[in-house]
Design a protein around this ligand. Sequence first.
Ligand SMILES: [Zn+2]
Length: 158
Amino acid sequence: MSETVRTGGCQCGAVRFRIHGELGRASICHCRMCQKAFGGFFGPLVSAPEGGVEWTRGEPKYFQSSVNIDRGFCENCGTPLTYRYPGGLELAIGAFDERDDLAPQIQVNYASHIPWVTTIFDQPVRDTGEDAVKQEQIISFQHPDHDTEHWPAKGLHL
Ligand SMILES: [Zn+2]
């Protein structure tokens, strides 16, 4: 069996991970704790293979959000990274360098969903030309979506 290695990390690059093995099911969780932890409308998570997460740079800090659950995040930039429960570990989908094949397969805790979350993609899309110009003007301090020795960039202090 060939090993699949995937990488990811937080926005600032202080915490980086590498996955050894196959990821499990991708999901979105509508519970109130995921809304708060992600500062979003739901928590997008994918199951990690047992013992298959290697922290290659830094490590998350953990907040215990309930008796059996803790949530890992970058202490430096705040990016949500993990959801750990007695049966295993899940990782934030948006933290992965490659995400195109991590489409959520199921919604959990649907009873807690924000009522309008079901309509967000019905909204009009802003002209893409306008977005492109603004993106070009950004001087980014975000870690690039791949492992690199050349980080942090000169002058950035982590
Ligand atoms: Zn960070």
